[in-house]
Design a protein around this ligand. Sequence first.
Ligand code: ADP
Ligand code: MG
Length: 319
Amino acid sequence: MGEFELIEQFFKAHSLGAGVLCGIGDDCAVLQVPEGKQLAVSMDTLLADVHFPANADPELIAERALRTNLSDLAAMAAEPLWFTLGLTLPSSDDHWLAGFARGLFKVADQYNITLVGGDTTRGDQLTITIQVHGALEPGSALTRSEASVGDLVCVSGPLGDGAAALAVLQGQLKVGASAFNYFSDRFYKPEPKLAQAQFLSAIANSCLDISDGLMADLNHICQASGVGARVDIDQLPLSEPMLKLVDEPKAHLWALTGGDDYQLCFTLSKTHLGRLQEQAEKGHLEYTVIGEITDGREVECFHNGRKIQLTRTGYNHFS
Ligand code: ADP
Ligand code: MG
């Protein structure tokens, strides 16, 4: 199948949506940004055997690719509008493409985002690039650079599942069927916290989605805001399935340094804690306070009240 047939068969019919004046099939897509809104744009590339196993189910690969991109929109408190898709394929395999398209449009429909164009090439390594576009109320973007000294540091859900999922999917840890399904979903179907971020945009000072691990990503907030942070390891939310899989030190290490969690990490003034709690009670979001923004420059970790130092395999207490 040639490039044009492929686009026609698998992608073209889906490019109808709000604001799409001209979708797939012309030289450019022509899009109408909602009146009075700003445009938020983000792009991520996923490489086979780097970001997912090359032989994984194509439906799951597509889910992961679009969900992780949507997570970037969520981290900014933007609402999904459109996306473009760059596909590099070693061969044009109908069966693979049908599965990929099924996963892609399942997620696209769920989060109300429309495919409006892309590019398709043949190449040795399966590569998926997605660019997402979202709408922002002017001034409502949740950036990394507005954390203030004294802010509470919060996360939107359990940490460490992404790292645990990788170990399970790579066969390093053997688990039963229900745990396997749990971790497979954590890896391939991370939930972009789009609705949650809408509630946070009014009360949080800074926010990002945790893709590289809490320590690395919270450090991004600190660098951008010119502040430090302290994290209380004993407060880190950990999932039951992960705690069943490994001992607590390993769970802590994964929660602090493992990637692929796609939870939001956000900071807010203590004066907004009541409003946050209210939103949580209404079921609009989940949160756990894990620390505080400091006037330092680093992210420091405390365990049982004592400062600790992370190492590659665990952590040491400072003597
Ligand atoms: P051009 O030669 O102008 O770059 P292409 O032949 O690459 O155009 O693409 C034709 C049309 O198909 C364009 O509208 C493009 O956006 C769309 N398209 C190409 N590949 C994809 C894809 N993987 N997903 C969605 N749309 C695609
Ligand atoms: Mg092209």
